[in-house]
Design a binder for this molecule. Structure first.
Ligand code: CA2
Length: 149
């Protein structure tokens, strides 16, 4: 059995659908999990979908992914803009990484317009809401199948 794709979500993403719908939409993180899982199944992949508000826990999960996953899709939330620890862990994982953001970080505050995570990512999807997770799954499937350089 192929190893799953780790889909890792950072701080405050557990609040999705509960506040700030104008920025993040109406879907809960559980809704996002369901659509991501369905898309994964459609492209022949399995996912391990997790969320943590704790930077160290995210680092531990990325280290775990090195042995147990075939790729990482990550929305590191605000840690994207601050965390060299997450960047180091992602680079050490030596796995394909795709970064996702629900909002278009380039239309927002200047402090959201740089992501450390991006330096470890094969690609970045932002501004497309929960659909971005599905697109990341498709891109990951193509990457793992070797059909995309
Ligand atoms: O657009 C994204 O996906 C973000 O990663 C979301 C983060 C934000 O810090 C990043 O700059 C961009 C925030 C996570 C969600 O925060 C919420 C706060 C209140 C209500 C709902 C979600």
């Amino acid at each position: 059995m192929a190893k799953p794709i780790y889909v890792l979500n950072g701080p405050n993403l557990n609040l999705l659908g509960k506040r700030e719908p104008a920025v993040y939409g109406h879907e809960s993180l559980n809704d996002v999990r369901a659509r991501t899982k369905a898309r994964a199944k459609a492209v022949g992949l399995a996912i391990e979908f997790r969320q943590s508000n704790d930077e160290g826990e995210l680092v531990n999960w990325i280290q775990e992914a090195r042995d147990n996953a075939s790729g990482i899709i990550v929305n590191a939330g605000a840690y994207s803009h601050t965390s060299i620890a997450l960047l180091d862990a992602l680079q050490a994982a030596e796995l394909p990484v795709i970064e996702v953001h629900l909002s278009n970080i380039f239309r927002r505050e200047a402090y959201r317009q740089h992501s450390y995570v991006s330096q470890a990512a094969k690609g970045v999807i932002c501004g497309l809401g929960p659909k971005g997770y599905e697109l990341a799954l498709e891109a990951m499937a193509e990457t793992l199948a070797g059909t995309k350089p």
